[in-house]
Design a protein around this ligand. Structure first.
Ligand code: BTN
Length: 240
């Protein structure tokens, strides 16, 4: 039975689909898997204090609500993992020849350019997750990104013969598939799939962490979402 996408809300314009989802959660009990998508956001949120700006009706802007009772708070990074894996799988079908990568912790890259990002807001209760709002922004049709010279969209990489609506529907099916696999307990497989597609895996790189930019070889991720790196011969786990 489909969970993610079982209920859908489309908004032509909204402040932020994540904020809208949080408001739904504060009012009633929205169904698990409710997807809120928008044509335009007046106040889109990125990681940290960043903004997420997107031209109207060009890109995928969506959030969905989960109640992942099977997941301990200490394992909340598995939400980032399954979402990134689902997006990578979706992209592999659209741009099979291109190097789709996950830039730890929450960015989707093609080569060294950013195609999208994930913003997860969890509300924790005791050692569990009461609810999660998962926001995804993916550049699809936009051609110009102003000063964001590192940004790229799907239509800049390949001729697209599918509509934005169809691409969004396919993405939601992938998200649902990966979420149900995770809830069935395939944690190790998902973590390893994420690690295999990490940008700089096995390579030396300068990685932004809570301790600043760290120079080392990227080895993988820990279950708590920290990145594992070999820094001058010492294996370290570093938070974002
Ligand atoms: C990032 O890379 O900084 C994360 C970007 C997440 C953007 C999406 S767009 C839909 C959802 N609503 C928001 O306000 N943000 C997320």
């Amino acid at each position: 039975m489909q969970i993610i996408g079982s209920h859908r809300i489309y908004l032509k314009s909204i402040d932020s689909t994540n904020t809208f989802a949080q408001k739904l959660l504060s009012k009633n009990n929205p169904n698990e898997g409710t997807v809120i998508s928008a044509g335009y956001q007046t106040s889109g949120k990125g990681q940290g204090s960043n903004k997420w700006q997107s031209e109207a009706d060009k890109n995928i802007l969506l959030s969905f609500i989960l109640y992942p009772k099977f997941l301990k708070a200490s394992k909340q990074f598995y939400l980032s993992i399954f979402v990134a894996n689902a997006i990578v799988n979706w992209l592999d079908k659209i741009i099979p020849e291109q190097p789709v990568r996950i830039k730890w912790p929450n960015d989707i890259y093609v080569g060294h350019q950013k195609l999208g990002g994930i913003l997860i807001q969890n509300t924790l209760k005791a050692d569990g997750i009461e609810h999660a709002v998962i926001g995804i922004g993916l550049n699809v049709l936009q051609q110009e990104f102003g000063e964001l010279s590192n940004a790229v969209s799907l239509s800049m990489l390949t001729p697209l013969d599918q509509t934005l609506a169809k691409l969004t529907d396919d993405l939601i099916l992938q998200l649902d598939h990966y979420y149900r696999m995770l809830s069935d307990g395939n944690f190790a497989w998902q973590k390893s799939a994420f690690e295999q597609r990490m940008l700089y895996k096995g390579e030396k790189a300068l990685v932004s962490t809570s301790e600043g930019k760290i120079d080392g070889t990227v080895l993988g991720i820990a279950e708590d979402g920290k990145i594992i790196m070999n820094v001058n011969g010492v294996v370290r786990k570093l938070a974002h």
